[in-house]
Design a protein around this ligand. Structure first.
Ligand code: TXA
Ligand code: MG
Length: 313
């Protein structure tokens, strides 16, 4: 299959309207989209990504009206989060309408909904004229793509089109909040932090598998965000040996020599750089990646979640 590369959101959307699958940029990571009500198009996403069929997709919308095509009920807590954080890097899980095919939700009667704020994503979704089901545009298990080149590396020849945009602004996937129970539950941390969520809905449960039940968040069962290299969380920048076949990423400057070093300016910069850094280490065939830990508050919680997952492969 030839993959069309374009910067034109209308050209990319034409593939969606005719049953195709298209990678597109958002403020978090690149997504791989298909028209959500088109079962055979949605199936193609799972095939192209080699995604397990039990991992549900997020439906992306261009305007708030489209929520009603997807969600049967909108509880007050969800409405408050929508009013505050849409468009933006937040996904809300709600009871789905009958129209949403079960293949998109991996058999669940709930659907994740997100309205990206990135302008090119908004133009693309508007031109699609339908909500678009989209997981991250990587082969399952690989780090999420933050550049169109990373999408091409994983999926060129397997998808119809890549809408080329800039490197993504945030670099980690959206916060996912399940609003189907009386007390909403954060299923995945992101740049909409638990502190920000609690400012709007005072009672929200954090991610604690023992407390929330792992079956609620199917994506958590699968290996995520992993480079081929082994990931090790270090003490603050300290490493004894000189290691040319190892890499280091963190905020403090390391004391010794590494094959590749990335010193980020702050937590945001670290998060934005992490997945592309993992990919670059794989391209260079490095065996080990040392990641400096950051404090697990605010956005640091999401960053440490992704680093810990990569380290526990
Ligand atoms: O930032 C993002 O969310 C990106 C961009 C493209 O929007 N998308 C993304 O999709 O990261 P994906 O498929 O890689 O991750 C979606 C996560 C998975 O952990 C999945 O299990 C969870 O959201 N999820 C989706 N629908 C769900 C549902 N109905 N119930 C519980 N969890 C759900
Ligand atoms: Mg993903």
């Amino acid at each position: 299959m030839r993959t069309t590369l374009t910067k034109d959101p209308d050209e990319a959307a034409a593939f969606i309207r005719s049953g195709g699958i298209v990678a597109f940029p958002t403020e978090t990571v690149y997504g791989l989209g298909a028209a959500v009500f088109d079962e055979s198009a949605v199936k193609r996403i799972f095939d192209a990504k080699r995604r397990p069929a039990d991992n549900p997709l997020i439906a992306h919308i261009a305007d708030l009206e489209q929520i009603h095509l997807l969600a049967a009920v909108i509880p007050t807590s969800a409405q408050k989060l929508i009013d505050t954080f849409f468009p933006g890097p937040l996904t809300i899980v709600l009871q789905k309408t009958d129209r949403v095919p079960l293949i998109a939700t991996a058999g669940l009667n709930t659907i994740g909904i997100r309205m990206p704020r990135f302008a090119l994503a908004h133009q693309f979704l508007t031109a699609c004229g339908t909500p678009v089901a989209a997981p991250s545009a990587n082969v399952s298990g690989r780090p999420s793509p933050t550049t169109w080149q990373a999408v091409a590396e994983d999926l060129e020849g397997r998808i119809d089109c890549i809408l080329k945009g800039e490197a993504t602004e945030i670099g980690l996937e959206s916060t996912v909040v399940d609003c189907t129970s009386a007390v909403p539950v954060v299923l995945r941390s992101g740049s909409v932090t638990i502190e920000k969520l609690r400012d709007v809905v005072s009672e929200i449960k954090g991610i604690n598998p023992a407390e929330t039940g792992i079956s609620k968040s199917p994506g958590m069962r699968h290996v995520h965000y992993s480079p081929r290299a082994r990931v090790i969380i270090t003490g603050s920048g300290e490493q004894d040996a000189t290691e040319d076949d190892a890499a280091y990423i963190g905020i403090s400057r390391p004391h010794t020599q590494f094959g590749i070093v990335m010193v980020a300016t702050d937590v945001e910069d670290y998060a934005r750089s992490l997945f592309e850094f993992f990919r670059e280490c794989d391209r260079r065939g490095l065996g080990l990646i040392y990641c400096e830990p950051v404090e697990e508050t605010g956005f640091g919680a999401a960053l440490m979640d992704r680093i810990s997952r990569a380290a526990s492969k």
